[in-house]
Design a protein around this ligand. Structure first.
Ligand code: ZN
Length: 167
């Protein structure tokens, strides 16, 4: 049986990263101040999310040019909750939608832990300005990774780099 989480008008919607360059792990914090869910994702998924948000907002602004921005309702915070998350999920798929004046993020995921085959669906509604901020966080976090080799374009680890084009 699927677990379902529904979070309306979230206050927290941010990208976090832990660890050294090259060994970083990525997660989103989604929820209200002390009632939140940790959503783990791969760097590739985070990159894709950043691009998808851009595309989504671009399409939306063309289809709804008169859309209210409700930016003043947004109080984005970099508050990291002190309480443990109420759930930990690993993302399989993210779908962006639009409901009323809100962005709807649908996360298809599975639960982290011993019952990791258990699937979950998380629906989160946020202001468009929050979604936009999430997208730019995703892009800047991904861009802040390891420097890339000018010869082969692959990331350079802190321990060094064995270049496949150097033979
Ligand atoms: Zn190289």
């Amino acid at each position: 049986m699927d677990k379902r989480y529904e979070l309306d008008q979230v206050k927290l919607l941010s990208v976090y990263t832990m660890g050294e360059p090259g060994k970083r792990t990525f997660f989103l914090i989604i929820g209200q101040k002390e009632d939140w869910i940790r959503v783990w994702l791969e760097k590739e998924q985070l990159e894709a999310l950043g691009l998808a948000v851009d595309q989504f907002l671009f399409t939306l602004s063309r289809e709804h040019p008169d859309l209210p921005r409700n930016e003043d309702e947004t109080s984005l915070s970099d508050h990291v909750p002190s309480r443990m998350p109420s759930a930990e999920l690993e993302i399989d798929q993210i779908v962006l939608g639009f409901e009323g004046e809100w962005a709807a993020l649908d996360f298809l995921a599975h639960v982290v832990g011993p019952q990791s085959e258990e699937t979950a669906q998380l629906t989160c509604r946020a202001a468009l300005a929050q979604l936009k901020e999430l997208g730019s966080q995703a892009k800047s976090v991904c861009a802040a990774g390891r420097p890339r080799c000018v010869l082969c374009g692959r990331p350079i680890d802190p321990e060094g780099h064995t270049c496949p084009s150097d033979n």
